[in-house]
Each structure stands twice: as C-alpha cells, then as structure tokens.
Write a protein that binds this ligand. Structure first.
Ligand code: BGC
Length: 811
C-alpha cells in the first residue's frame, strides 16, 4: 500500500514527455533513468538458460543451464525454483533487473523452432515448472517476464502470423500456463508476443491483456512488447501494453506524448502505465526511497546447479539387457563418437544464446570419469554445415578499426568468432568503429589442403599465407532481419599448407551494419572465421568410428541437431538427425551391441535405429556441465531422473499436429484442445515414447491408490522392486467416467516425486486441484465444473497407467 501511494506521488511529479519517454527503451536493453525521482535505469536481458547481460560477447560469460525442455523433464518445480535463484544471482552479478524469461508457450507440434526453449506439451507441467522458475528468480530480487503472451508456438511468419483458436482451446491449453504462473507465482512482468490471436496483434490485445490477464487473473506487473513487436501507439496503449522495446525509435516516447496531446490516449492511461513501470523498478531495487523488501539469499554454485539439472533431466528411453549403468571397473577401452561428443550443443540458438565460461564436453567428462580406461574419440559423422571457428594452432587478435583503417582497440581471442548485439566491447569506440579484423598466425599440425570459411555481411578480405582467398561483398538473404543477420551462410576456400610452418592469417570485415554512423544504439555484428584441417572424408570417418567401436568394450555415440535445423527464427521441416548420423549409429551399433546413443537435441528427433542399439539416453541441450552430468549418469553415480515433458513420435508422419505454415497470414489451431498426448490418444496411435516416459535404473510396483474427497488427496503406495535406490515421478491423470469425444481421454492433474531404497515401499501424495474437471463452456463464455463421474489414473506415463480410482460427482 505504502509502495503504491509513494508511486502515485512520484508519477504526479513527472511531466508528460518524461512519462512517455519512460515507457520506451532508451536503447536495446535498458529504460531511461529519471534521477529527479530517484529512478535508476532498469536493465533487461534474455534468459531463459542463463543471463547474457547487455553485452552479447563471449568476453562476458554466464552460467549456462540446460534447455527449458530439460528443466521440464525433471518434473521438479523446486529444482526449477533453485535454477531461478541461480539466475537471479547471475542477473545481479551482471547488473540486470529484469530477466526476459521463462518461455511458456506450448509444444503444439514437434516442428516448432523454439520447442527447446519451451517446457512441455502439457499446460499443467508447463505452468508448475514455470511457477517454480518465476518464484526462484523473484526471490532473488530480479523480475521475470513470462513470455510470449500468447499462442506464440511456432516461428513461421512469426512477426505477423494471426493464430485463430477457439476460446476453449486458448483457455484450456495456451492461456493455462500463464494463468497458473500468474495466480501462483505473481510474476512482475509478462511479454506480449509478436503474433496475433483471432485478428488482433498481441501487443494491442485489450481483451486478453486487460480483461483476462489483469482483471480476471489479477496480474499487477508490466506488459513489455517482444522486441520490435509494437506497431501502433494508440492501439498498444489502449490495448494494455506498458513498455515498447527496444528503443529509442519506437511507438512510445515522443509518439505517445503526441497521442495524448491529440486526445487519442487519455493521460490517465499513461499514468497507469508509468505507475506499473515504477512498481517494477521498486520491486527490483531500482527506485531510491522505495524499499524492494529483498534480502540476498545464500550464494549458489552455478556449475553445481547446471550439473544437477543436467543429470536429473536425462531421460533413459531404452536400456536393453540393463546395459546401463556401465561399470567403470569393467571398461578397458571406450569409444566416444560424434561431433557433439567433442563440441556438445549445450544450448539452443537465437535470443536465448548466452556465452559459457567453462564447458565440459561429453568426451572430457567421460575421460575425467574413466582415468583407468583408454578413451578413443572419432568424429564419425559431422552434421555441421559451417566449419568450427579457427582455434587449435591459431594465435589470434581481434582488431577494431575506424573508417581509415586505424586501430581503435585490439585484444587476443581464443577463437575466431564475434557476436556484437546491443553493445560493442568496452574498449571499442562505438561511434568510430567501421571494421573488425581477426589477425594472427596459424601453425598447422598436418600438411595438405586446409579449408577456411567465413561468415559475416559486408565487404570482406580473407588472406592466408599471403594469398587472398576472398575479396568482395557478402550480402544478406531473406526478409527476417534477425534470422538474416544470425543465419549467415559460409563462404569456403581451400589452400595448401605445410605441417609446422607458421603462416599469417587475416579476415578483415567492414560489416554492413557499421557502414554509416558506427555501431550506434543497435549494434548487430556477427562474423566468424572457420577452419578445418585436412582429414578423412565422410565415408572414411564412418569407417574409422566403426573400427574403433568394434574394438572397444562399449561405444558411446553422441548425435545432435545443429543450429541450422533447430533454433529461433524458423520452424523445423523434419525430425531427422542432420547429416549422416543415422547411418553412423546403425553402423556402430551393428559393430558393437554395447552401443549407447546419447541424443543431444532440444526437441524430438526420429530414432529409426532405436531397436538396434543397447541404450538410448536423451540429454536435451545439457548446459555447461554436459559431460560431467553425462558421465555420472552413464556410470551410475546418478540415476537418469528425467521423464519426457512431451510425446516423442517415431516418425514425423505419425505426429498429430504438424502444420506450422500460415495460409494468407493465418494459422488455424484446428485441432482444438487435442495436442500432444491428448491428440495421440484420440487418434489411437502409439508414439515412440509417451509423455511422462523415462526408465531410470530401478523398477517400480504400484501397489494401491486411495482418494480422500475431503482433502482431495490421492495416496499412492508403491514399492521399489528393482535392484537400486531410485527416484520415481508418480503421475496422476484424470479421465471422464464415460468417454466423451469432445474431451481428451485423460489429462495430467498432478504428480509427485518419491525416493526409495531397493525393496522399500513409499507413499506418494498428490493433491488434485479443485479445477481438475473444469471445462470451458463456450455457450456461456465461462468455466463449468463437470460433476459427472471421473477416474483418477496413476502411472509412469500417459501410456503406462498402473492403477485407477473411480470417483462419483466430479472430484
Ligand atoms: C524474442 C524474445 C527475446 C527478445 C529479446 C525476440 O526476438 O522473441 O524471446 O526476449 O527477442 O532478445
């Protein structure tokens, strides 16, 4: 109350121009300060797997947690909360007040490009993991912006697509995670999506933003636009959007002040928006004189949290003859195969990118955990379509130059990759910089034909050993400015070099974005110099891997997607592993039945070789502790604790919802409430792996279940009937007593974790929420409690139900 009263007074002290200015970014990540009222500049940064900060550069590293799909695979809201606390700690370290996360759109289809960045196909699991995350971040005194409100579930035509969905579909599925999070965790921010819903773009959606989110659910935070999503000053202001990002050239600021002067927007509306922004500033401690009420919680070890989430999220989907866990003492020779074994894909691409400090690859993790074994590595098949950045054997300096070629700044870099988004490094003069150059030496270990490649838009000159390999201009393709700039195709060249003979190397780029006026407030420079030493061709690489696998006690093959097929900005076109990785797995598994496949992908992939392998473990995008966690799980120090947060199809052709391409700008969610397991069950087809599935290293017997209607608690007795201590995720689904074609066959209503020693019986308690049987009634435009008989079904996944309890008169 006190806080609100003070804020109202502060708003009263500001003139219209200052108020309108406060509602627009002053640059890509920050809001203007207003020292007269003690308001400091509020700083925002992406999430969700780390906090990048305002500098998009490897020189400012961050803790990198596993992908949101992994966090959801833990089915553990308390662990999500711990992850959130760690991120708040990271945010404070980097001077960030507002984390642009979590992403709680749904896995409507496995083709969604940002599937890895969302939690699940199920709204309850998404909502509970999201609520845990939001609590954790905000307990650390940092705001969250739950995104992207709403129906931002695919990427094709993402800035403009109009999603058409029935109100029931929105209420029961897509709005549901936002509702759970708003009601349970009270987030301080929500991000309005790029897309439209039923004819209105989301930044202007008065009904969903003002009526549903605010009035109905009681959201009292700020609504910030997705980056460049705001289109129209008056419609956005009246539609409920508070902050237009990024700035300064956007629909708020001077344009908003003018709209007020013209009478198109009441000044009171602007005052309310400013009050919300000041409340946000107060909550994050950026408003002097208004206490945030925050006291710093205990410090967390970032690497430990990353490792815990990675181990707990790994989902074991096949374990033939109990091949896993491996016994370290039985292993003399281990084959580790795959490009991603050495260069793990630790995180998904796009705005979620953060730069890790230290990464432990699967190869390094296994080597460290197996000091007594000979660990032999082969690439096997490399799915990447760009060369890895020049690193081994290179001594490189990055030089920033002005228009006349004079040096402005230079510093040594470990590898030749540069991404400046939002800001240039401190040492570089943003006004004067016009060119960047990687320059230095390279001493090849092997002689022969070396391949060099570069990415970067603008005039470029690539010189190796005195030979000019390229001198020309590289221009963007496509019309999505973000993807055009990020998804840079590579130009490649070959040159012969002699082993041990040091040569000079230089890539000089005059980036298009620096051509006029220097970096300015919107710096966007991405470039890389790639390199590959002469080596065996693709056929020989597979043969080599097969030969090494055949001679080894066990083969671990790490397969992965690439940034070209799974990332922000576009949807996937298929679920196949890129390159020749399927062939590699088949060949290796045929050579050694003790083959473990680790799938390093943020979202489902087809695994046509599944039955031919010994074991398959899904590691998602596992974050910076990838290799440490993987070794712990493979060698049995930890159980693979994950359960699928989304159904995995055997083939894309079987998946029930695959349309992501709008027609004339419109994407119909014609499947209604039937996505994920709800859709598979209606179709009567079996996926490769059901929602909720995951094996672990022990067995569980579900013995009995009892429902107490007074406390709404379901008690489930289960016994660890296997050989090892373990953790089980007990899942409770609700099903209508009589099948109803308009309703899913069953839906998740709760879950609980238990831990038990071998032979031990334990009790899992799940409180079934009061709204478990509610249905959106389109006739009356409101919720209706379905009071007919229902079943509570208990099991290990949506496709493996062990017990059921009947109830009468609803729940
Ligand atoms: C993404 C948001 C992100 C923003 C800022 C947008 O393109 O959709 O999720 O927070 O960029 O990087």
């Amino acid at each position: 109350m006190q806080q609100h009263a003070t804020i109202a007074e502060l708003v009263g002290k500001l003139d219209l121009d200052t108020k309108a200015g406060l509602l627009a970014g002053q640059d890509i990540w920050t809001l203007p300060a207003v020292p007269e009222i003690g308001l400091r500049s509020v700083v925002m940064s992406d999430g969700p797997v780390g906090v990048r900060g305002v500098r998009w550069t490897p020189e400012d590293p961050s803790v990198v947690l596993p992908s949101p799909t992994a966090l959801a695979a833990t089915w553990d809201p308390e662990l999500a909360r711990r992850a959130g606390r760690l991120l708040a700690q990271e945010a404070r370290r980097k001077g960030v007040h507002v984390l642009l996360a979590p992403t709680v759109n749904l896995h409507r289809t496995p083709l969604g490009g940002r599937h890895f960045e969302c939690y699940s196909e199920d709204p309850l699991l998404t909502g509970l993991i999201g609520a845990g995350y939001v609590r954790g971040v905000q307990e650390g005194g940092v705001a969250t912006t739950v995104k992207h409100f709403v129906a931002n579930d695919s990427e094709t035509e993402r800035y403009t697509v109009d999603v058409r969905a029935e109100e029931r579909t929105l209420r029961e599925l897509y709005l549901r995670p936002f509702e759970i999070i708003v009601r349970e965790a009270r987030p301080w921010g929500v991000m309005a999506a790029y897309n439209g819903v039923n004819g209105s773009t989301m930044t202007e959606h008065a009904r969903l933003q003002n009526e549903v989110l605010r009035a109905e659910w009681g959201f009292d935070g700020v609504i910030v636009s997705d980056w460049t999503a705001a289109r129209d000053t008056v419609r956005a202001a009246l539609g409920g959007m508070d902050l237009a990002m990024p700035g300064p050239h956007t629909v708020y600021g001077p344009a908003l002040a003018q709209a007020v002067r013209e009478g198109a927007v009441p000044e009171q509306v602007v005052d309310t928006m400013v009050a919300r922004v000041l409340l946000l500033a107060a909550r994050v401690g950026a408003l002097d004189g208004v206490p945030s009420g925050f006291t710093a919680p205990e410090e967390l070890d970032g690497n430990e949290v990353a490792r815990e989430v990675a181990a707990r999220s790994a989902v074991l989907v096949r374990n033939d003859n109990a091949l896993l866990p491996l016994r370290a003492e039985d292993l003399r020779t281990v084959a580790v195969i795959g490009a991603a074994a050495d260069e793990a894909r630790i995180l998904g691409g796009g705005s979620a990118t953060v730069f890790p400090g230290e990464v432990v690859s699967p190869l390094a993790g296994l080597r460290a955990a197996l000091p007594g074994a000979e660990v032999r590595y082969c690439v096997g098949a490399d799915p990447r379509t760009t060369l890895p950045p020049a690193r081994d054997g290179f001594e490189l300096t990055l030089v920033a130059r002005d228009g006349a070629g004079a040096e402005l700044a230079s510093y040594a870099v470990p590898e030749a990759g540069l991404t400046w988004i939002g800001e240039v490094p401190e040492a570089v003069d943003a006004e004067r910089v016009r060119a960047v150059e990687f320059t230095g030496t390279f001493t090849p270990e092997v002689g022969g034909s070396h391949e060099f490649g570069f990415r970067g838009l603008g005039e470029a000159v690539l010189t190796v050993n005195g030979r000019v390999l390229f001198d020309g201009v590289s221009l963007p393709e496509g019309d999505d400015p973000f993807t055009a700039a990020m998804d840079l195709s590579e130009r490649r060249f070959r040159t012969d070099l002699v082993a041990g003979e040091t040569v000079r190397v230089s890539l000089l780029l005059h980036p298009l974005t620096l051509a006029e006026g220097g970096a300015g407030p919107f710096v966007f420079v991405v470039t890389a110099l790639g390199h590959a030493a002469p080596g065996p061709g693709p056929d020989a690489q597979i043969e080599q891997a097969v030969a090494v696998a055949r001679e080894s006690d066990v083969a671990v093959v790490v397969v992965s997607t690439t940034e070209e097929v799974e990332s922000e900005g576009f949807d996937r076109t298929d679920l196949a592993l890129p390159g020749r990785q399927d062939e590699l797995v088949r060949r290796v598994a045929a050579a050694n039945p003790r083959t473990v496949v680790v799938v390093n992908a943020g979202s489902p992939v087809e695994m046509p070789w599944l039955e031919q392998t010994g074991a398959v473990l899904l590691s998602w995008f596992p974050g910076q502790a990838a290799g440490t966690a993987l070794a712990e799980v493979l060698l049995g120090a930890r159980e693979p604790g994950g359960r699928l947060p989304t159904t995995w199809p055997a083939r894309l052709a079987d998946a029930p919802v695959v349309r992501v391409k709008p027609e004339q700008g419109v994407l119909h969610y014609e499947e209604g409430v039937f996505i994920g397991y709800r859709a598979w069950q209606r179709a009567g087809t079996a996926p490769a792996h059901w929602f909720g599935h995951g094996l672990g290293y022990t067995e569980w017997t579900y013995e009995s279940a009892r429902f107490d209607p007074a406390s709404r608690t379901l008690e489930v007795e289960l016994r660890n009937s296997g050989p090892r201590a373990g953790r089980e995720v007990v899942q409770v689904y609700c099903a209508p007593g009589e099948p109803d074609p308009n309703r899913p066959a069953r839906w998740l209503v709760g879950f609980a974790q238990v831990h038990a020693e071998p032979g031990e019986s334990v009790l899992a308690r799940v409180t079934v929420p009061g709204d478990a049987t509610r249905v959106w009634d389109s006739g009356v435009g409101g919720w209706r409690q379905d009071t007919g008989p229902h079943l509570l079904e208990v099991g290990r996944s949506a496709g493996d139900l062990r017990l059921s309890v009947g109830t009468v008169n609803g729940l």
